[in-house]
Design a protein around this ligand. Structure first.
Ligand code: ADP
Length: 762
């Protein structure tokens, strides 16, 4: 007894040729039994009923792959309250795009921009594929926050589904705060239209989410009652606009109250009783059954379907997980029969591509009677077509090996996997207090992440997980990953809040409140970038930065480059496009290749540093009309990354035109072959400095570099063209920490310039 939507989904889609229409509806029919077999299917009625009436918030948990992301929006589409669009947010663009594609197929439709009749679309940074008829829109969390700038009440939506909440990205935390204010506020700006919010998570710890929303509802009840009994109240707490800033003015006191008080289970729904029971049956979820009943919320649990997974540890720790992974891949391949694909968790594009090359190299030496290997990379910056390949079944007599970052942990479910190889490492962003900067760090995963990774092997049959660390290491891992908001630079988040009218950021409802110092530091940084006025409101520049899909720092570089006296926006866009992909220069392993690459790339290197080198590279690549791919190969440059760069460049040009930072007549019809003059180079470096003023260091008498603001030692990364060079001052766009602090993306600048820019920031 499924939701019985089979006959409703397809109408109006696939306009155009009959053949295509037939193909689409056939595809829909083929997919229907698969949908019906998903663990979530029997819950369709429960999920629909759970959001009717006064219940505006649903908390839904279910294992990865149970069908939450693909099915829930389709379940809700025909509900009587659902007249507008359904937004469903994802932490990553890969997931947003691939889910949209999948749901379009399931509904027998083409994707957004391909068909004006399409009901499914997506919107991610640098890529929007929606149609006027889009009803289900997959978007990244950042994009929804962007939309809230234009439409703070989310009027185009009837429901917002926040997916993958367990990942706890900074953006999801911000969204939760805004959504809590929206659903528990007076909704004046929505003109009576309901807004339903579904919070979905792959892990079962939803108590904190329940408390968080419950607190909001209690607070709004208190405010209403107080307003009724006390007409003299004027502090703005019941002022409609202040559903964002005003209510929060008594946050601390109220949150204490809400924590000590239980919400009253008026008219307890079926789910709540059931849920408590489940709690008792399954003590692993929570030792103490706690009351999660509310008049305004519904909690729903989808039981997982998981086969047993055997865990294998290394007897000794390894220094080189890429090599250890390579060994494990071939061991599995020789020992284990087909079918059974392998999913390898690595840290980033660099390690994924390095292992991809190694696997392909070693596979050449395999006997002809051994099944083939097909290595498929998966990381956030991968072009769409390549991403989609991981969902295709393996060709005959071939084993797929998916080399992935933590994307495949919960965001993307790869079919066919029976073996997981877990490096035990993840690349995360972390704020380094002493430096005052975010840096990318390779860190051990948490136990909960390791458990998620293991689970990927048991989706379709019993599996094996090879952990490239020891059992003792596992025991020593952190229990869970610290939410990003507690470990990252908050300037982008604060800018988002300021741009949406949150005056008092210290009382914004955070699921986990960042420490006061971190908020203060971010405020200071925004002030230094000129994004805030002296009274703490958002400035003109700040508004521009908030509209750009970049960090405030990179945004500031753009705004600076657009000034008439700098006039180097096109060049800066090229550089920023490179900084937005992980690495365009291939990471080479053997000495022989390294030397060859040095030789081939010499014509691209610029003595001013990495940024001008990136610019020269983009210009040379763009000029290459005939065969860009072989040009890239000859220069040991990732063609994939360069395709991405060109794409981002195009989007950034469009956005800057849209924001009136770039006049369309400036965009050359043909690629300009001229190398930048000295004056242009200086303008480019000055623009970079304006954004990255905090990332500057000066040369010390002993030959080391020390940061201007924190007086910390940084070394120039060996991959930089500035490596080994001594100049009086440097500006850098990235900071990495491995065994020591490294500046990456380095340019040499004059010390006087640094002094000027720091002086102007006050
Ligand atoms: P959840 O959100 O609970 O993790 P999903 O709705 O994402 O579950 O996935 C349900 C099923 O749909 C999975 O088994 C997955 O293999 C399949 N699926 C999801 N996206 C795609 C896609 N782009 N191509 C093929 N199959 C997909």
């Amino acid at each position: 007894n499924g939701p019985g939507r089979d006959d409703k989904n397809g109408h109006g889609h696939g306009h155009g040729q009959h053949g295509q229409h037939g193909h689409l509806s056939k595809k829909r029919e083929i997919l229907l039994p698969l949908r019906k077999a998903l663990p979530i299917w029997p819950h369709a009625e429960e999920i629909k009923a759970g959001l009717r009436g006064s219940k505006d918030v649903m908390l839904l948990t279910g294992e990865t792959g149970s069908g939450k992301s693909t099915q829930v929006p389709q379940f809700l589409l025909d509900e009587p309250w659902c007249k507008g669009c359904i937004a469903i947010t994802q932490p990553r663009r890969v997931a947003a795009i691939s889910l949209a594609r999948r749901v379009a197929e399931e509904m027998g439709s083409l994707l957004g921009s391909l068909s004006p009749a399409s009901k499914v679309g997506y919107s991610v940074r640098f890529d929007n594929s929606t149609s006027p008829n889009t009803r289900i829109k997959f978007l990244t969390e950042g994009m929804l926050l962007q939309e809230m700038l234009r439409d703070p009440w989310l009027n185009q939506y009837s429901a917002v589904i926040v997916d993958e909440v367990h990942e706890r990205s900074v953006n999801v935390d911000l969204l939760l705060g805004f959504l809590r204010n929206l659903v528990t506020g007076d909704k004046k700006g929505r003109n009576g239209k309901p807004l339903k919010v579904v919070i979905m998570s792959a892990t079962a710890d939803i108590e904190s989410l329940f408390k968080f929303f419950d607190e909001g509802f209690q607070k709004s009840l208190n405010t209403c009652q107080k307003a009724k009994g006390d007409h003299t109240q004027t502090n703005g707490a019941n002022d409609s606009d202040s559903s964002w800033s005003g209510i929060a003015s008594s946050e601390d006191e109220n949150s204490k109250k809400a924590l000590t008080k239980k919400s009253k289970p008026n008219g307890v729904g079926k789910s709540n009783g059931e849920r408590s029971l489940k709690r008792k049956e399954n003590p692993s979820i929570s030792p103490e059954p706690i009351d999660l009943t509310s008049d305004f919320m519904y909690t729903c649990y989808i039981e997982g379907r998981q086969y047993p997974v055997k865990i294998m540890y290394l007897p000794e720790p390894t220094q080189d997980f890429v090599e250890a992974a390579l060994k494990s891949i071939f061991q599995i391949h020789y020992k284990e029969p087909l079918p059974g694909d392998i999913l390898v968790f690595l840290t980033g594009q660099d390690t994924v591509e390095a292992l991809e090359r190694l696997v392909n190299e070693y596979a050449l030496g395999m006997d002809t009677n051994v099944p083939k290997l097909l290595a498929l990379p998966l990381f956030a910056a991968l072009p769409q077509s390549a991403q989609q390949r991981i969902f295709h079944p393996s060709p005959p007599k071939t084993r797929k090996i998916i080399l992935s970052t933590n994307i495949a942990e919960t965001s993307v479910t790869v079919p066919g996997v029976r073996y997981v190889i877990d490096s035990g490492k993840v690349k995360i962003k972390q704020f380094r207090n002493r430096l005052g900067l975010d840096s990318l760090l390779v860190k051990p995963v948490s136990q909960s992440a390791a458990i998620q990774r293991k689970g990927r092997a048991g989706r379709e049959a019993p599996g094996v997980c090879y952990r490239l660390y020891t059992e003792k290491d596992f025991v020593g891992l952190e229990k869970r990953t610290v939410p990003e908001i507690l470990r990252c630079d908050l300037s982008g988040s604060l800018l988002t809040m300021k741009a949406r009218g949150v005056d008092d950021i210290f009382s914004f409802p955070f699921l986990d409140r960042p420490p006061r110092e971190a908020l203060e530091k971010a405020l200071l940084q925004l002030l230094q970038l000129g994004a805030l006025t002296e009274t703490g409101g958002i400035s003109e520049v700040g508004l521009q930065l908030a509209k750009l899909p970049l960090t405030p720092t990179l945004g500031r570089v753009i705004v600076e480059a657009a000034k008439p006296e700098r006039d180097c926006l096109l060049e800066i866009i090229d550089i920023i496009a490179c900084l937005s992909v992980e690495n365009i220069f291939l990471n080479l392993i053997t000495e022989e290749k390294k030397e060859a690459a040095e030789e081939a790339r010499r014509e691209l290197y610029r003595r001013e540093g990495d940024h001008m080198t990136l610019l020269t590279t983009v210009q040379a690549y763009a000029k290459e009309n005939s065969d860009r791919k072989s040009w890239a190969e000859r220069h040991f440059i990732s063609h994939r990354a360069m395709q991405n760069v060109m794409d981002i460049r195009k989007q950034l040009r469009q956005q800057c035109t849209h924001l009136k930072l770039l006049h369309p007549s400036k965009i050359p019809l043909k690629e300009s072959p001229a190398a930048p003059s000295e004056a242009q180079t200086n303008a480019i470096l000055h623009s970079l400095l304006r954004g990255f003023a905090a990332n500057t260091a000066r040369l010390m008498p002993d030959g080391s570099y020390r940061t201007m603001l924190g007086n910390q030692t940084v070394a120039i990364h060996p991959a930089s063209v500035m490596f080994g060079r001594k100049v009086e001052a440097i500006v850098f766009s990235e900071f990495v920490f491995t065994n020591k602090s490294y500046a990456r993306g380095v340019s040499g600048v004059q010390l006087g310039w640094v002094g000027d820019v720091l002086g102007s920031m006050g």
